[in-house]
Design a binder for this molecule. Structure first.
Ligand code: PGA
Length: 256
């Protein structure tokens, strides 16, 4: 059985004070016991303050990006070990905003994944097709390419620390969600690829999250899909009630 994950990607939102207020509200409203692994990805500037108020809870912290290099003269970059130092156990890599707006390609993302894993971070590896690619029926081809490039030469042991997040680019921040069937189909494709690449046990154990306009209304149907093991939530993770409602829906939905 795969433990579901609900991860909140706050993107470039929230001052330190706002981040602390949101986490304080979450602490009051989160279900107890937690029905899923909960991961929060605040901006870098709020990480250590959020770490301090999460101390003693089971909620995990994630960085939203990390450098491919371990350290050195890389102005403006944050290393995997700095993220660990600031309290992170996870890092989000390969997000479509990094790919599209900051020119990150498959090769760079692969380097980042390797460095993060080597420094003891768990990776949430994002991938997904654009609208044009979907309309050209190229979803499987694009997702396969992203998997092959991002995960090349990783071992089954390393895959224990990696979570895949399927995020169709056309569904991110647009209010358009993939239907549960559309998402379920790509998740099944990803699972099949993982089984072939890393063996059946690793493929079956790897968690595959869905992301893209997940909200309290659509989450239950998405999470009910056999191969959807949780959600990477952007906009709805900035509102405590919405994020908690999504977390609550894992109770009933994630059955496998
Ligand atoms: P969204 O973002 O939920 O606001 O669509 C998801 C993401 O970018 O991870």
């Amino acid at each position: 059985m795969r433990q579901p994950i609900i991860a909140g990607n706050w993107k470039m939102h929230k001052s330190i004070a706002e981040a602390l207020a949101l986490v304080a509200e979450l602490m009051e409203k989160l279900p107890n016991p937690l029905p899923a692994e909960i991961v929060l990805a605040p901006p870098f500037t709020a990480l250590s303050a959020v770490r301090d108020i999460l101390a003693g809870t089971e909620v995990a912290l994630a960085g939203q990006n990390a450098c491919q290099h371990a350290g050195g003269a890389f102005t403006g970059e944050i290393s995997a070990s700095m993220l660990k130092d600031a309290g992170c156990t996870f890092v989000i890599l390969g997000h479509s905003e990094r790919r599209q707006l900051f020119g990150e390609d498959d090769a760079l993302i692969h380097q980042k994944i390797k460095t993060a894993l080597e420094h003891g971070l768990k990776v949430i590896f994002c991938l997904g097709e654009t609208l044009a690619m979907r309309e050209q029926n190229r979803t499987a081809e694009v997702v396969r390419r992203q998997l092959e490039a991002g995960l090349q030469n990783l071992t089954a042991a390393q895959m224990e620390n990696l979570v895949v997040a399927y995020e169709p680019v056309w569904a991110i921040g647009t209010g358009k969600t993939a239907t549960p069937e559309q998402a379920g189909e790509t998740h099944a494709f990803i699972r099949g690829w993982l089984e072939r690449a890393f063996g059946e046990a690793t493929g079956a154990a790897t968690r595959i999250l869905y992301g893209g306009s997940v909200n309290p209304k659509n989450c239950a149907a998405l999470l009910a899909q056999k191969n959807i093991d949780g959600a990477l939530v952007g906009g709805a993770s900035l509102i405590a009630d919405s994020f908690c409602a999504i977390i609550d829906s894992t109770h009933s939905s994630c059955s496998e």
